[in-house]
Design a protein around this ligand. Structure first.
Ligand SMILES: [Zn+2]
Length: 243
């Protein structure tokens, strides 16, 4: 599997191509877009033709993880004339986000609810979900394909950890919104908490994302590396990593 960062700015867009949360995961011809935060649809088109997308997964209803769905809807519906494009999302998101299109998605999407009881197969990938510690129904995602395993925390407070999935993931992509001594909201992790959780789950590698834009990312990386016990990778738009 291969992971491409489309955006990693925490909660709101930052300068210098600072799109919010969005990730592309590929395995052979299976190409899955995970979270379509603001700014990520433009970046996505630098890496893949929209015609070649297999599915979209939305982890929760916060705007920085889902609002580029509207751009995808317009392109699929009016430029590509596609119907039934698969979207995997928490139950109710179709109606919740549908208020901005007066409930008229035009059949563009085929909606599949996700929860932490049912694995999902998308092409060559198996996806499992776990409800995190974050106010709207929010699901972390484990993707398995070709013998490798990626765990993405989505957004979470410290009441949930990547240990909800089996230990030893090849790559954990964890939110790390704050520095530990200046945490302003309990619904997100500090870099220290992200590093410690990934260490406890025996993650082979850790990448930190969803960093608050006003923070110095090198401080986030240093704090995360200290807690993880090995150097972490900092997400940045356009970064491509083998899982
Ligand atoms: Zn959120």
């Amino acid at each position: 599997m291969e992971l491409t960062i489309l955006g990693c700015s925490g909660s709101y867009g930052g300068p210098n191509a600072g799109a919010c949360s969005g990730y592309l995961v590929r395995d052979g011809s299976t190409t899955v877009w995970i979270d379509c935060g603001n700014g990520t649809f433009g970046h996505l088109q630098q890496h893949v033709a929209v015609e070649d997308l297999t599915a979209l997964v939305i982890t929760h209803a916060h705007p920085d993880h889902c609002v580029d769905l509207y751009g995808l809807h317009v392109m699929l519906r009016y430029a590509l004339h596609r119907v039934g494009f698969p979207v995997y999302a928490p139950a109710g998101l179709e109606q919740h986000l549908g208020t901005l299109v007066d409930g008229d998605w035009g059949g563009t999407f085929s909606w599949h609810p996700i929860d932490d009881t049912q694995p999902v197969t998308i092409g060559s990938m198996t996806l499992r979900f776990a409800r995190t510690d974050h106010p709207p129904p929010t699901y972390a995602v484990e993707l398995t394909a070709d013998g490798s395993r990626l765990v993405y925390t989505s957004d979470t407070g410290p009441g949930w950890s990547v240990a909800a999935f089996p230990p030893g993931a090849d790559l954990v992509l964890s939110e790390a919104t704050y520095l530990h001594d200046n945490k302003s909201a309990p619904i997100h992790l500090s870099a220290k908490e992200a590093g410690a959780a990934a260490r406890d789950a025996n993650a082979r590698r850790l990448m930190l994302t969803h960093v608050w834009p006003q923070l110095d990312p090198t401080l986030i990386a240093a704090e995360g590396s200290g807690a993880f016990g090995a150097p972490v990778i900092l997400a940045e738009p356009g970064l491509v990593t083998a899982v």
